[in-house]
Design a protein around this ligand. Structure first.
Ligand code: ITT
Ligand code: MG
Length: 191
């Protein structure tokens, strides 16, 4: 059990906050099945706070995207030193297979240990990739592509490009599970 009853997320984007809530619910279900009461997040509240990512609005490499996730959780940790803080960041990465959609997360635990984890990645279609390479934000380009508004706060580019088989919250949920999983693994008996 965490001593602090709030987990902070460095964003007010509902897709990201929902992702952390989904991860917490998944862990509680899993731990109940395993009767592993040592690691429960029962009763934990998830709270979003807008903080600066400290990188460009559209990170263009894994390095920059990881940095953005780290900056977000470090900014939160300065505000709430005793809490678990999470930063989630979307970005793109150039490859010989096209421009890839990428997502990264970072978590600082109660003891101050930092963990990072990456998410699923798929190539962006050439017309989206071209617009992003020219300097536009993916969030803007995907809205135009999907004839929708605020896709980034809903199913995300991943949801649009996979017909909703995987949406942005599910993608970030898995990243958050990788973060909590590592936290549990490396901090073992402490929780
Ligand atoms: O309020 P914040 O937390 O900043 O949420 P955001 O939607 O802007 O998300 P990010 O800053 O993490 O994403 C960086 C950029 O990549 C874009 N992006 C990344 N993944 C996306 C997705 O799945 N759908 C739409 N836009 C995405 C987003 O619009 C930003 O321009
Ligand atoms: Mg942003």
């Amino acid at each position: 059990m965490l001593s602090n009853s709030v987990i902070y997320v460095g964003s007010e984007n509902p897709a990201k906050i929902k992702a952390v809530e989904m991860a917490v619910a998944h862990i509680n279900r899993l731990e109940k099945e395993r009767c592993g009461n040592a690691f429960t997040l029962e009763g934990i509240r998830v709270q979003g706070h807008a903080v600066s990512s400290g990188v460009s609005a559209q990170p263009r490499s894994d390095e920059e995207t990881i940095q953005g996730a780290l900056n977000r959780c470090r900014a939160l940790k300065r505000k709430a030193p005793a809490a678990v803080c999470i930063g989630l960041e979307g970005g793109v990465q150039e490859s010989s297979y096209g421009l890839l959609l990428t997502n990264w997360g970072a978590l600082i635990d109660e003891a101050g240990q930092t963990y990072i984890a990456g998410g699923l990645r798929i190539p962006l279609p050439p017309e989206i990739a071209e617009a992003v390479r020219k300097g536009q934000e993916l969030g803007t380009v995907i809205d135009r592509y999907a004839h929708q508004t605020n896709v980034r706060q809903k199913e995300g580019a991943i949801g649009i490009l996979t017909q909703g088989y995987i949406d942005r919250s599910q993608l970030f949920r898995d990243i958050v599970l990788l973060l909590f999983g590592q936290m549990k693994h490396y901090s073992a008996a402490k929780i």
